[in-house]
Design a protein around this ligand. Structure first.
Ligand SMILES: Nc1ncnc2c1ncn2[C@@H]1O[C@H](COP(=O)(O)OP(=O)(O)OP(=O)(O)O)[C@@H](O)[C@H]1O
Length: 256
């Protein structure tokens, strides 16, 4: 039985709108995430997925409630640099090569040069870009740029990977390929991953559990265990059991 990694207790988040009006983004979220688990936050636009991810990452503070990560606060975990964060848009510096883009956060963290070089080589291989280290971002496809974003996050050896719709700007083929690649990477180091998506099939394919959020305000409406064998490959997408999970989760949104 694996231990609880992230404990979210009675978390609510209310933003203040332009005219001072309260905007309730999340209400009473309770969730335990296990160490090494791959969990997806799924829901329609505006249901608070990004807000929840940002609360875990200590980029926002909850209005009420508490988040505890391995017995520590999100701030303590952030200050220990245990988070790796991958956004929808990887934001690469055009004037830096792939290698130097991956290197930048490590330079900021003052990781010694030799160690940086070793880590860059490792992560480039992990994401399948070993031959592209000396290219510039404009020479890469969107999928390759997203791989660089993932490599950059992994180079910091995070214990918890937070991914906010990392593949949503990509075409279906590239997204499916990167889904498989991500599972491969995860299977090698089994870090806890929280993955935000509004794509049901993607959440089923990747996750151990799918957390379904309903909007206005965001509430936890279901948690679905995805009891499908691993390793998962693209053939899984053709199987009836896969469609059954997709249908089951789609049902959670009926009437929402
Ligand atoms: N800084 C902010 N100020 C005011 N309201 C905000 C702010 N950020 C988010 N919101 C509101 O909070 C709610 C949840 O937003 P959030 O971005 O977390 O949703 P989401 O599920 O990630 O949406 P999407 O899938 O479109 O990214 C929305 O109603 C949004 O308008």
């Amino acid at each position: 039985m694996s231990t609880t990694d992230i404990q979210i207790r009675d978390v609510s988040m209310t933003y203040t709108g332009k005219n001072g009006e309260p905007i309730s983004a999340l209400q009473n979220i309770n969730l335990d995430i296990r160490e090494g688990e791959f969990i997806s936050l799924l829901g329609p636009s505006g249901c608070g997925k990004t807000t929840l991810l940002r609360l875990v990452a200590d980029l926002l503070q909850p209005t009420t409630g508490n988040i505890s990560i391995r017995g520590q606060s999100p701030r303590e975990i952030r200050l220990q640099q245990k988070f790796g964060i991958v956004f929808q848009n990887p934001v690469l510096y055009d004037w830096r090569t792939v290698r130097r883009n991956i290197c930048l956060p490590m330079e900021i963290m003052k990781i010694p040069r030799k160690e940086r070089t070793a880590r860059i080589n490792d992560v480039l291989e992990l994401v399948g870009l070993q031959n592209f280290g000396y290219k510039y971002p404009f020479e890469l496809s969107g999928g390759m740029q997203q791989r660089v974003g993932i490599a950059r996050a992994l180079a910091l050896k995070p214990e918890i990977l937070l991914m906010d719709e990392p593949f949503s700007a990509l075409d279906e083929f590239t997204r499916e390929k990167l889904n498989e690649d991500l599972l491969n990477i995860w299977s090698k180091n089994k870090k806890t991953i929280i993955f935000v998506t509004h794509n049901i099939a993607e959440s089923v394919f990747l996750s151990d559990r799918v957390v379904v959020l309903s909007p206005h305000p965001g509430r936890l409406s279901a948690i679905v265990d995805i009891d499908l064998p691993r390793p998962r490959t693209s053939e899984l997408r053709e199987k009836p059991v896969f469609y059954e999970y997709v249908a089951k989760i789609r049902k959670c949104f009926e009437g929402v």
